[in-house]
Design a binder for this molecule. Sequence first.
Ligand code: AMP
Length: 396
Amino acid sequence: MKPQPLKGFRDFLPPDAIKRQFVIGKIKEVFERFGFDPLETPALEYAETLLGKYGDEADKLLYLFEDRGGRRVGLRYDQTVPASRVVAQYQHQLPTPFKRYQIQPVWRAENPQRGRFREFLQCDADIFGSDSALADAEVIALAAETLRFLGVPNVRILLNDRTLFGNAPPAAIATVDKLKKIGEVGVQRALEAKGFDASLLAAIRANKPSPRLAEVIGNAAALGVARESLVFEPTLARGLDYYTGVIFEIELGGYDAGSVCGGGRYDGLIGQFTGTDVPAVGFAFGFDRLMEALEQLNLLPAAQTATRVLVTVFSDEFLPRSLALTSRLRDNGINAEVPLETAKLDRQLKYADRKGIPFVVIAGPEEQKRGVVTLKNMRDKTQEEVALESVVEKLK
Ligand code: AMP
């Protein structure tokens, strides 16, 4: 059997996983700074929880199957629907408004291509239980601040309000939304092919921001979002059926593999579970696209390993000394390793090099005599003697 992951699914070896965890850490930090708490939900939901929430196109991309007990189940397609199920279920236990974030993988049976995977991570933040324009602005400001905190210099927040589409049918709006992908003539042809009036495109393009959207933009700017990054885009529709009000997508300057963030208001979704509507607004960062963009912008750390230092073992006789030093470094919060097999010093150094460990400590007989260790910097190939008591300080 050839060892390989499924098409559209990926492994992340430590150098990549380290970068991903670094970014996840930053995202959590900003989300929590805005008062959002973590939520986790299961990978599998009842099929009926997922079906009919996203629209026909998305329903076809659901991973649905029968489990061992004969239940119809499906893999989470996004976090919005599972979170809405949670809100419907625990309504009386949760604070109102309920502000939660969720960073978990989702699955879509898509055709894999650049920026499009079958398993990918989404980072969601949503506010349940508030229908204020300030709630809309708060999530937009949160998305913008997250990107600013990650060092992204150039963002465009495309905004629209779904109520501006009036009673145009969802299939027609979904066609207009393809403007960027298939162009003006493409949209007009597709509209006609589906039996709609091709002039709908021009009508939608002539829309002006709704009073609600204007208020949201004003609040977002007051919360610190650069005014020029907030752009009204009357043809923006977003792919999913559940949106009811203000919607938005974020594009990064110089990154063209699609939006890195999408969201909006969906006041009718929770009511689909309980019959009682709960207003809701939020967004998802498509984490993998964000990572690709950050890589392009050189905003990711270069570390290959979480280990900071390898404490070498000079010989069996010096093993206890190296172990004691390793233990002391670890106690002081320094990520430290010690070789697990007896090996020549150059083999130990080769391991450090291969793994990308930035520092190596050598504690042999010469060093012991003088009460020092040799500290080797593996990157610039320099070394110095450091007093045994000062190693911790030096490495911090
Ligand atoms: P959605 O849940 O469809 O609104 O998507 C939210 C965000 O997830 C998008 O802005 C993308 O960044 C990302 N995304 C959507 N589909 C995929 C996919 N197949 N692979 C990777 N990222 C995706």
